[in-house]
Design a protein around this ligand. Structure first.
Ligand SMILES: O=C(O)c1ccccc1N[C@@H]1O[C@H](COP(=O)(O)O)[C@@H](O)[C@H]1O
Length: 199
């Protein structure tokens, strides 16, 4: 599955970014949501994003933050994508769309298709994002949404193939599963994850 879209999230150092890009990630994420062991400030994200080649999408990750704050972080860091994990509705997506960024809508709801809120990519995640806990994507009654959607939540090099086989996801997103300890990425696990996802 050569075209599988892979996003590596929660990067905090130049080393992390270089490892994700070298492994072949399509997108890299910087967490701006407060309270995460992966949270970075806008200036750090700007430095990290500057290392990322044009063809790789840089994404700012937010949870329950006001549009004005999302906009400020996005502008200050220069990320080209915005991932929202809160209760945002179509109005917030519409407001952010005006800035021309790629919009990712992250949800634990059973959403039927990508694009209902004007998002470019839909992200089906666990109720507790960034926890590394899988959700029941393997359940018999799971119905994949239509369109471009990413599976996230508790993925790792050991389970990503099974997750893709069970769901048929268009892409995958990982954070905890490529860390050697909470908040600390492992280049080896990043490589192993991308390799397994695209095997
Ligand atoms: O990574 C975080 O700490 C985080 C905080 C707030 C919102 C989202 C966060 N991460 C996102 O969670 C999923 C999957 O994480 P995991 O692989 O289960 O750890 C991914 O989309 C991250 O972007």
């Amino acid at each position: 599955m050569a075209d599988l879209f892979v996003k590596i999230c929660g990067l905090r150092t130049a080393h992390d970014v270089d490892a994700a890009v070298a492994a072949g990630a399509d997108a890299v994420g910087f967490v701006f949501a407060p309270g995460s062991p992966r949270t970075v400030d806008a200036a750090t994200a700007r430095e990290l994003a500057a290392r990322v080649p044009e063809g790789v999408l840089t994404v700012g990750v937010f949870r329950g933050q006001a549009v004005a704050e999302v906009r400020r972080f996005a502008e200050e860091s220069g990320v080209r994508g915005v991932q929202l994990h809160g209760e945002e509705g179509p109005e917030e997506f519409e407001a952010l769309r005006a800035e021309g960024r790629t919009l990712l809508r992250a949800t634990a709801e059973r959403v039927r298709r990508c694009g209902e809120y004007g998002e470019d990519l839909l992200l089906l995640d666990a109720p507790d994002p960034g926890s590394g806990k899988p959700w029941n994507w393997g359940a018999a009654d799971f119905t994949a949404p239509e369109g471009r959607w990413l599976l996230a939540g508790g993925l790792n090099p050991g389970n990503v193939r099974a997750a893709l086989a069970a769901t048929g996801a268009w892409g995958v997103d990982v954070s905890s599963g490529v860390e050697r300890e909470r908040g600390v990425k492992s280049p080896e696990l990043i490589r192993a994850f991308v390799g397994a996802a695209r095997a």
